[in-house]
Design a protein around this ligand. Structure first.
Ligand code: CUO
Length: 688
């Protein structure tokens, strides 16, 4: 990042405070020409800022030009699941998109700062940074530091403030508060045993970042966007189930009856803004109701959801959708012809008002489902309560109902997937290559993975003002010891062969302790990695580290990381870019397992890279995260349907024998199944 790009970062600090508060740990001050914000009078300890960022008056930025961007009240929640909020985002992004270069964007954004909702502001500036070629080397700071109150309970943050109030004013040491394993509920309710997973900061950041890259209603039409919506969320549910089975809980049940009370409530204990506005809470056994929020300008009935669901299921079972002109549009997946019905279906189900084949007819089932659930405690604003966490992509994954809703969404996609013809043996096979042997090695131990607890520090004082004092929060999270896959592969040909290696993980037994057949295990397979290797003729020993997984984002970059990255154009930070912030958190790659060890299976499959390969101009690609996030300004780098080979039902026979379970796929030379055990150490991990 160059200096001007780095200065943009300061707009991500203290999003709820006026710009005349120092940022950059007191070293940076925005100076707005003709600004009428009252000057700062306080007992802050920060010294006088050494960097002054002059922001001239901009005649080209008038508040009336912001369209509906000012319609969302400051300090309230911002939801991408609400069409009116999406319109506001589009209006603000359009203004920011007209800027050229980091300095111009900084000046325009600084002029808008304080006049629009804070979450909307951060969304819009992130959106624009991500899409402007000249800003590609700008990395976004961790969302945890921008909005700590979305990740850390109000009580923990208040404790930090109380300690500051009682401290010697001259003390400059940071205040450190820990957010340990006390999550939002007790184990009295079995669902709360998973709180550590649902309330993990990394998962929420991933979800926020993913929806930032693949938004609806923003005119963003990326390659296979709909299919990736299906796949990323399908994998999210698979991983949730892996965690549930680790804890001895049954797999998540879909929420498909919206006329009965929802068993599990949720009390997030988080605030939306520094004015103390809190997210709405949901009591146990709350009955979903029609959504009638006049002040937001949005209304939807449960009957609407039911009608849309029924139309979508008709389309799935009939094999076609009806476009706005009444034409029948076939939906099916056919790799050879490049037809991807899943994309058409997903854009109509999510739904993207611009990309849906018929928005008025198929509606907005998924988005309005989020809204009905987010507002079920106060659907008509009778209590003037804020939406619940289901309304925000950065918090929705905390609520147990998120998974029940997305299990329903996925179930609808699976209806479609089951309508597709099974892969043939020929499509699954790749003759000429063989997986001879596979092993997983952690330290010097084979086939036993370890999980346990770890913690990560974030500067909460970058996002919230604690009278200018540094506050560090330490967040406890699940983690695992890194490991390597070892594959013994044989290329029987006479020339080198490029192959794609696909790796999946699933529990060996179901919640009843029984071995699963193919169909029961099919959508539990969690992608662990996908990579390409060149095999020389004969034997090849391939070693791959878990740290390079194609699904993960190695780490969240904090403000401090970004400030220290320097401006050396050759530095990894300078060549990395914001798209890379997307990806499943590395620390959540391995499911928890059990203290006594839990039986899992790894499934490996080699496919022909000549078929998988997508021809496209060289694009900037992140080393990680590609499976869930794609590549910026380029096509999704794998021609196969996402989730291949488990996205469809199996063929009746493989090698002349019926297919009963996944091991029957592994009878093919290019596939392999390998048993491992995952042990949860229930302790702090000693990593490095
Ligand atoms: Cu990600 Cu519903 O799409 O939360």
């Amino acid at each position: 990042m160059n200096i001007e790009q780095q200065q943009l970062l300061y707009l991500f600090e203290l999003p709820q405070e006026p710009l005349n508060r120092p940022r950059g740990k007191g070293s940076v001050l925005f100076v707005l020409e003709n600004d009428d914000t009252p000057p700062l009078v306080t007992t802050r300890i920060a010294g006088s800022p050494s960097i002054k960022l002059q922001v001239p008056e901009r005649n080209d930025v008038a508040l009336q030009d912001l369209g509906t961007a000012t319609s969302i009240p400051i300090g309230s929640a911002f939801s991408f699941f609400l069409a009116s909020h999406r319109r506001a985002a589009k209006d603000l992004c359009d203004v920011f998109m007209k800027t050229s270069g980091a300095k111009d964007l900084m000046e325009v954004a600084a002029r808008v700062h304080g006049h629009v909702n804070e979450s909307l502001f951060i969304y819009a500036i992130s959106f624009v940074i991500l899409r402007k070629k000249e800003l590609q080397s700008v990395r976004l700071p961790s969302f945890v530091e921008v909005f700590p109150s979305r990740f850390v309970p109000q009580e923990t943050l208040a404790k930090a403030q109380i300690r500051i109030n009682r401290m010697d004013p001259n003390q400059r040491e940071p205040v450190i508060v820990e957010h340990g394993l006390e999550f939002s509920g007790t184990h009295l309710k079995p669902e709360h045993r998973l709180s550590y997973w649902r309330e993990d900061y990394g998962l929420s950041v991933h979800h926020w970042h993913w929806h930032l890259i693949y938004p609806v209603g923003m005119g963003v039409d990326r390659d296979r966007k709909g299919e990736l919506f299906y796949y990323m969320h399908q994998q999210l549910i698979a991983r949730y189930d892996l965690e549930r089975l680790s804890l001895g809980l049954p797999r998540v049940e879909k929420l498909d009856n919206w006329r009965v009370p929802i068993e599990d409530g949720y009390f997030p204990k988080l605030t939306i803004s520094n004015t103390g506005r809190a997210w709405g809470t949901r009591q146990d056994n709350t009955l979903p109701k029609d959504f009638r929020r006049r002040e937001i300008g949005e209304f939807v009935d449960i009957t609407d959801l039911e009608i849309w669901r029924s139309r979508l299921l008709d389309a799935i079972h009939q094999g076609f959708m009806v476009d706005r002109k009444g034409n029948k549009v076939p939906i099916r997946d056919d790799v050879t012809s490049g037809q991807r019905g899943i994309d058409i279906l997903a854009e109509a189900l999510e739904a993207d008002e611009d990309l849906s084949i018929n928005y008025p007819f198929y509606g907005s089932l998924h988005n309005f489902g989020h809204d009905i659930l987010a507002f079920s405690h106060d659907p008509d604003n009778a209590h003037k309560e804020e939406m619940g966490v289901m309304g925000d992509t950065a918090t929705a994954m905390r609520d147990p109902v998120f998974y029940r809703w997305h299990k329903f969404v996925d179930d609808t996609f699976q209806e479609y997937k089951l309508m597709q013809r099974p892969y043939t043996e020929e499509e699954l096979n790749f003759s000429g290559v063989k997986i001879e042997k596979v092993g997983v090695v952690r330290n010097d131990e084979a086939d036993i993975l370890h999980t346990g607890w770890n913690k990560r520090g974030f500067e909460a004082s970058r996002g919230l003002d604690f009278n200018g004092r540094p506050v560090l929060v330490e967040l406890k999270h699940l983690d695992h010891e890194p490991f390597n896959y070892h594959l013994q592969l044989n290329n029987r040909g006479r020339t080198a062969k490029e192959v794609t290696v696909r790796v999946f993980l699933a529990p060996k037994f179901n919640a009843r302790g029984l071995k699963m057949n193919f169909m029961e295990q099919r959508i539990l397979w969690a992608e662990m990695d996908k990579f390409t290797v060149s095999l020389k003729p004969g034997g090849n020993h391939v070693v791959r580290t878990s740290k390079d997984s194609s699904i993960t984002n190695p780490e969240e970059l904090t403000f401090r990381d970004l400030e220290n990255s320097g401006t050396d154009p050759a530095s990894p930070e300078a060549t990395a870019f914001n798209f890379c912030g997307c990806g499943w958190p590395q620390h959540m790659l391995v499911p928890r397992g059990r203290p006594e060890g839990m039986a899992f299976q790894l499934f490996f499959m080699l496919t022909d890279y000549a078929i998988d390969k997508v021809t496209q101009p060289a694009a900037r690609s992140c080393p990680n995260g590609v499976s869930f996030c794609g590549i910026q300004d380029a096509k999704y780098p794998d021609t196969r349907p996402m989730g291949f080979p488990f996205d469809r039902r199996p063929p009746p026979m493989i090698l002349n024998r019926p297919v009963e379970d996944a091991a029957d796929y592994a009878r093919l030379d290019n596939a392999f199944i390998h048993d491992i055990s995952i042990k949860f150490l229930a302790d702090e991990l000693k990593l490095n």
